[in-house]
Ligand binder design. Sequence first.
Ligand code: F6R
Length: 366
Amino acid sequence: EKDGFDHFMLKEIYEQPNAFRKTILNRIDAEGKHIVFEGLQWSSEQIQKLDKIFIVACGTAYHAGLVGKHVIEELTRIPVEVEVASEFRYRRPIVTDRTLVIVVSQSGETADTLAALRESQRLGAKVLAITNVAGSSIARDADEVIATAAGPEIAVASTKAYTSQLIAFYLFGIYLAQIKETIPEEERQVMIEALCKLPEQTEAVLQHADDIRMYAEAIKDHSSLFFIGRGIDYAVALEGSLKLKEISYIHSEAYAAGELKHGTLALVEEGTPVIALATQTELYEKLVSNIKEVKARGAQVLGITLEDNVELHRNVDDVCLVPSTLALFTPILSVIPLQLISYYASLALGHNVDKPRNLAKSVTVE
Ligand code: F6R
């Protein structure tokens, strides 16, 4: 059942290109110009009157939501707030009938996320669920569902479910932009074309797994490391850090790179590994300055960037290049090396990769 892979997690990492193909399938029209969501029942008037979107989820699904915020705000200019479900459900969130609440859940059974869904409906909002399990409680109770087609995810550490959630956000973001006409048709078409290239580009990233394995083995005995990034890269840094903690038990922190000087830099010393995500062309120079700051304190830096930025190698100790894509789509490609780093670090340390200590696949208690 592991198809020749040693662990479910590795199998699921390699299943990502097909999970994307399946999640995209039937959601782009025959001419490749428009996004279609057959199941969605909203009228364009309902969509036009939305003045606020909440994305509510836990753990990795919350991290997908952080990317979703960038996507939806950029494409529609509707303000988006992202919150962990266990916080959202116990405060008084400002939710009205003009609010759309998007809950994100692989399993569709996470207790806090389900409670957030019900509370949002009670307050008058419509709830859209992005979930991987069609018959789940969250899929049943939500007003609308976008199903990710990642297939069953067995490893506790989420990989293909997360990236398929990102694909769902891209599709939904373009769909909203189409209805609200916030992005010109030509630009939407460029996005659709770039989206369709992601499965193949992911396959290209996976071909470098051996280099990433060497890096993971080199950092495995460190007691702590840092992930830094700006903008959408920061959202990916958070996910990379969670994944590493979860299965390798190595302490790590993700930092918005501009925040380093406000305290974190004190923890960077000779040899501290820092993984710097630098995929955003607009923020590239700023990120390079942050890399110089940590290098000056002796950090060992792995830079993850797009193929176009080959000169990054001058500023870092190791570099991992991923294929070039649109700025909003880079998380799909840059998270793959981070998934592989946590997998190979956990493996090298002899941990139970698929079933890490203290964690359960589906958290049905709060
Ligand atoms: C991390 C991980 C967890 C889940 C979280 C939410 O790898 O798997 O953080 O993402 O427990 O689970 P779902 O998506 O099933 O609601």
